[in-house]
Ligand binder design. Structure first.
Ligand SMILES: *Cc1c(COP(=O)(O)O)cnc(C)c1O
Length: 360
């Protein structure tokens, strides 16, 4: 039976990548050691970390004005590192309150400076991205923080807010990094926990405009300073070597697929198919505003919670796991990151049609 894992993260990785990692696991390139056993300063691992960085630069078209670094602690560590480095005491940062992850990021920032919620869709359970015209932004803010894809509620920005007066825009792209073409130059900093689209959990990819890393106050500890990672090429201490190796393999694979533009087309087609099912039925219902729908996390409700539970159970028995919605939202959620093939979408849709017929 074909198995498809629809969980939100850690999530499915490309099958080919998992196979390759398995082949190389115990004996990396005839070195006699596995990748986890190799020195992070030896030539074999140096090639891996340099390739990971170069792949990311090529795939996202990143200029030399930006550093690409690997930081432990996942996306959540960035919630505090960002204000520690970029929000001086007394200054104000703008946060877009579009989901639970963004709210957690804002909470950390309050430990260091003032936080202005530039917009919020909390009252309607984060079911949309508020129109930019309604945002109340701070003149001269230290930065603006957004969450490009809201993993829990299933919303996504399809345009980004304008940069005003040079206020840097910072984005948590944990659940849609490398799923679509973006212009890195629109952002001061982009970060993403790796476990949704890029590889293993526990690490964040951070892309930061180098001049911003000069703003860090003197009393920020070494391991929490962006410049420590930039100056030491993410090798100040022992980095998570296996996670970086997997990231190199995953980005090799993205390149082999033809790059992000090609991947985006497939992602658009995958999501469109699923939303078509939701739109053509009263049985399945999307709670998300149409113009804010996520192409990565497709959320829906069914007539009763009992039917939802039955759906999740029967889908799992047929090889489709991880479909239970986040506990804050309920219902169903199909996370369809880059590694989810079209065959997984087709199988899910066929199951949805059958389920409706049998339980309508
Ligand atoms: C999953 C997720 C996080 C949390 O990532 P961790 O690596 O577990 O800290 C943060 N932001 C978004 C948008 C996410 O989807």
């Amino acid at each position: 039976m074909d198995m498809y894992n629809f969980s939100a993260g850690p999530a499915m990785l490309p099958r080919e990548v998992m196979k390759k990692a398995q082949e190389e696991f115990c004996n990396y390139r005839n070195s006699g050691s596995g990748i986890m056993e190799l020195s992070h300063r030896g030539s074999l691992f140096t090639e891996v970390i340099e390739r990971a960085e170069q792949n990311i630069r090529d795939l996202m078209n990143i200029s030399d004005d930006y550093a690409v670094i690997f930081v432990q602690g996942g996306a959540s560590m960035q919630f505090c590192m960002i204000p520690m480095n970029l929000l001086p005491a007394g200054a104000t940062a703008d946060y877009a309150d579009t989901g639970v992850w963004g709210a957690k990021a804002a909470k950390e920032a309050k430990l260091f400076g003032n936080v202005n919620l530039a917009c919020s869709s909390k009252e309607t359970k984060y079911d949309h991205i508020p129109a930019f015209g309604e945002w109340k932004r701070t003149a001269g803010a230290a930065y603006l923080h957004i969450t490009s894809n809201n993993t829990v509620a299933g919303t996504q920005y399809h345009q980004f807010p304008e940069v005003i007066d040079g206020v840097p825009m910072l984005a948590d792209m944990s659940s849609d990094i490398m799923s679509r073409v973006i212009n890195v130059n629109d952002f001061g900093l982009i970060y993403a926990g790796a476990q949704k689209n890029l590889g293993p959990s526990g690490m964040a990819l951070v892309i930061i405009r180098k001049d911003l890393a000069e703003r860090t106050p003197a009393n920020v500890p070494t391991m929490l300073r962006y410049n420590t990672y930039i100056e030491n090429k993410s090798l100040f201490n022992t980095p998570p070597t296996f996670a970086i190796y997997m990231l190199a393999l995953v980005t090799d694979h993205f390149k082999a697929m033809g790059g992000i533009g090609e991947i985006e087309k497939i992602n658009d087609a995958k999501a469109a198919k699923l939303y078509d099912v939701l739109d053509s039925s009263d049985y399945y219902r999307s709670p998300v505003a149409r113009d804010s729908r996520s192409n990565m996390n497709v959320v829906w409700r069914m007539p009763t919670e009992e039917l939802e539970a039955k759906f999740i159970k029967e889908a799992a028995a047929q090889g489709m796991t991880g479909l239970k919605g986040h506990r804050l939202v309920g219902g169903l959620r199909a996370s369809i990151y880059n590694a989810m093939p079209m065959s997984g979408i087709d199988k899910l849709i066929a199951f949805m049609r059958d389920f409706e017929k049998n339980n309508g």
